[in-house]
Write a protein that binds this ligand. Structure first.
Ligand SMILES: O=C(O)CCC(=O)N[C@@H](CCC(=O)O)C(=O)O
Ligand SMILES: [Zn+2]
Length: 342
């Protein structure tokens, strides 16, 4: 069975799909850590993969939100290249397709937002909601992969945003006590990312999981705007595809040096507290739109109106339709840029 067929079956079938014993990839062990989560472990790592100062193993995930199709198409490109022998596995990689039922239905989620559930001890297998079951499986898959690899790991969890953005491609850095090394930010810039947004507190997303519990480097990557399958412009994502290919091959990416990311940090977040909740600005504003002090942001039946207080803020991921108690928008401010060395 090819990798492409395996993942296509995984989305299409309601029955569990098992990875057959015989792998079609030469010199690579394929291990199914969960349905839709395959580890590719090379018998002999590429020389670069061991020499690199950066993380050698990679977790590549797509489809955590079912309607975010560009990342699924990128994963499809990687699978096709692996199947055709055009891409060799030179470093361990865990390939994950997240929310099978939501992908098949073309929806963000079925029962609840999968990307808020990656927290140990709060989630149990007894919670029958589809995404709760899936989060348990994916956490276990990551734990198993991490037990098999040595050295640092990079997790790239690929998404697309609901709305336009002043920076169409941006990386969200989960909260952590340890800083992301500068060379990794530059790797993302080389891969066509335009901005970086650092979280100010735990958010229990998938990339936060690998970072928080396993000390991996991890990012949520926003790769443009949500579109149906076939409606994505993959051209601006070509440098990202190059980075993913290089990670799998265990080689240093050859991409040209991209402009440094514009860096932001989250300073606050606003939760939806009641059913009676609305945004005080047009529903179609772009991510990173700036609001001046005094501007009203949201009106909530439980908490009243929230306005910008002191300095201007940039609004990211505003969404009045999230579940009650969930994050409805992030407020961010620019981080002073370090001088660029020639
Ligand atoms: O456009 C939106 O409002 C959401 C796009 C998306 O799914 N973003 C991720 C970001 C996760 C993070 O904060 O790291 C999400 O909301 O899960
Ligand atoms: Zn998403």
């Amino acid at each position: 069975m090819s990798l492409s067929d395996y993942f296509a079956d995984f989305i299409a079938t309601v029955e569990p799909t098992a990875w057959p014993d015989s792998s079609t990839l030469p010199n690579v062990s394929v291990i199914e850590h969960a349905q839709g989560a395959l580890a590719l472990m090379p018998d002999t790592p590429a020389p670069d993969a061991e020499a690199e100062a950066e993380a050698e193993a990679t977790i590549i995930s797509a489809g955590i939100h079912g309607n975010e199709t560009a990342p699924i198409e990128l994963l499809g490109e990687l699978l096709a290249a692996l199947d055709a022998g055009q891409l060799r596995v030179g470093a361990p990689v865990l390939l994950i397709l997240g929310n099978r039922r939501a992908i098949a239905a073309g929806r963000r989620y079925i029962d609840t937002n999968l990307n808020r559930l990656f927290q140990r001890d709060t989630l149990t297998r007894d919670d029958s909601r589809f995404e709760c079951q899936r989060a348990c499986e994916l956490m276990q898959a990551v734990d198993r992969f991490m037990a098999d690899v040595s050295g640092p790991v990079l997790h790239l969890d690929m998404h697309t945003a609901i709305r336009d953005s002043r920076y169409p491609r941006f990386a969200v850095e989960p909260f952590s006590d340890t800083a992301t090394p500068e060379f990794l930010w530059q790797r993302l810039a080389d891969a066509g990312m335009q901005a970086g947004l650092s979280q100010h507190r735990h958010s229990w997303t998938f990339s936060h999981y690998t970072r928080h519990y396993h000390g991996a480097q991890g990012f949520t990557l926003e790769l443009g705007r949500v579109a149906p399958f076939g409606g994505n412009d993959l051209e601006p994502l070509a440098p990202m595809l190059d980075l993913l290919r290089a990670r799998i091959a265990g080689v240093t990416p050859t991409a040209s040096r991209g402009a440094p990311l514009v860096r932001f940090e989250v300073v606050d977040e606003i939760m939806r507290e009641s059913e009676d909740f609305r945004l005080c600005f047009a529903d179609d504003i772009a991510n990173f739109t700036e609001f001046a002090p005094g501007s009203p942001l949201v009106r909530d039946g439980a908490c009243g109106e929230r306005c910008v207080t002191q300095a201007p803020v940039h609004v990211v991921f505003p969404n009045a339709h999230v579940e009650r108690g969930a994050r409805a928008l992030l407020l961010a401010r620019p981080v002073a840029q370090r001088p660029v060395r020639p």
